[in-house]
Design a binder for this molecule. Structure first.
Ligand code: ATP
Length: 317
């Protein structure tokens, strides 16, 4: 019987406590000011040596995730392999629990898991900061998915400063029976700005700034101020594209959530709640309201991904 070394990585989803969108740059990205929080809803990324690079996907929404080299986790494997001159012979298995097209950086989490996992599988010894920098080549949210915890992001979201907080916040995430495409939501936002005669290019709009009030609330554990300060510029745009989201917001706040916030570009809605018990009540009432397909109870911040090593029966992969 042959044995293989494999690496498993659990990677958290994120919610943006602030997402302020500036103008579009010449490279197509938007200037952002973002406060990220990593939350305890995890995708699992398992990496096993194989003849060729291949991807398999299981879990919620797996059918909507490409099981080929276009998968962002496969792109991460290739990037690291090219960087180090290694053959990218790896079987990448993704077990999805982060909602697909949910605005919680599910794809970015898988890319981060692949970077952290291959670093361990190939014994490369790249520092966390080195992986954060590589992640920026794959997508704007990948650096934070590598870092975890809580952080402020500027630029297109990839220039990160960690935010220390010893406080745990409780959340419920209500998933929709539809996804929202990030590029489409940004395009709709730009269309609205143009229609209103407002500037839309990065050189015509001041760069958005981090809300110091929100950072203070987050770091100090002032949950009331945090609830009051949550903000996402894409929320009105996503809600105009999917008006039914308003019912989800209403159901969550009527159930006792302190505040609701659209996750990234949607379509998941995150609800900040006072404690774990309240999370259960809000999750139950959200499900009973019929305005979401599932309600995940989670907390954050949680640390970024760590590689766990296992020896498996090689025949099973
Ligand atoms: P973000 O919050 O980073 O903007 P998202 O969480 O809204 O993204 P994802 O779940 O990352 O959205 O999926 C966006 C699209 O990326 C999907 O429709 C899918 O076709 C594609 N994709 C590629 N790789 C993956 C992956 N590993 N997991 C999920 N989607 C992937």
């Amino acid at each position: 019987m042959s044995y293989k070394r494999s690496i498993a990585v659990q990677v958290p989803a994120k919610v943006n406590l602030q997402l302020s969108v500036g103008g579009r740059r010449d490279d197509g990205f938007h200037e952002l000011a973002s406060i990220y929080l990593a939350v305890s809803c995890f995708d699992s990324v398992t990496l096993t040596p194989a003849e060729e690079l291949r991807v398999t996907v299981s879990g919620a929404g797996a059918g909507a995730v490409p099981a080929d080299e276009s998968n962002i986790a496969a792109q991460a494997v290739k990037l690291l392999a090219e960087e180090r001159g290694i053959h990218p012979g790896v079987h990448v298995h993704l077990d999805k629990r982060i909602p697909v097209q949910g605005g919680m950086a599910g794809g970015s989490a898988d890319a981060a898991g692949a970077l952290v996992g291959c670093n361990a599988l190939w014994n490369l010894g790249i520092s966390r900061q080195g992986l954060v920098s590589l992640g920026a080549e794959l997508g704007s949210d990948v650096p934070f998915s590598v870092l975890g915890g809580a952080a402020y992001g500027s630029g297109r979201g990839e220039r990160l400063t960690s935010l220390p907080t010893g406080v745990t916040y409780h959340w419920v995430f209500a998933t929709a029976d539809f996804g929202l495409s990030t590029p489409e939501v940004f395009a709709e936002q730009e269309r609205r700005r143009r229609d209103a005669g407002l500037p839309w290019a990065a050189d015509a709009i001041p760069s958005p700034r981090m809300s110091q009030k929100l950072v203070d609330a987050l770091v100090d554990g002032n949950i009331a101020a945090l609830a009051e300060g949550l903000s996402n510029d894409l929320e009105p745009v996503a809600m105009s594209m999917r008006p039914e989201l308003a019912r989800t917001f209403k159901a969550g706040t009527s159930a006792g959530a302190l505040a609701g916030i659209l996750c990234g570009s949607g379509a998941t809605v995150g609800f900040l709640v006072s404690d774990r018990r309240e999370a259960e009540t809000v999750a139950e009432q959200l499900l009973a309201s019929g305005t979401c397909t599932s309600a995940h109870i989670a907390h954050g911040p949680v640390p970024g991904p760590e590689a766990e090593e296992a020896i498996t029966n090689g025949e099973s992969s």
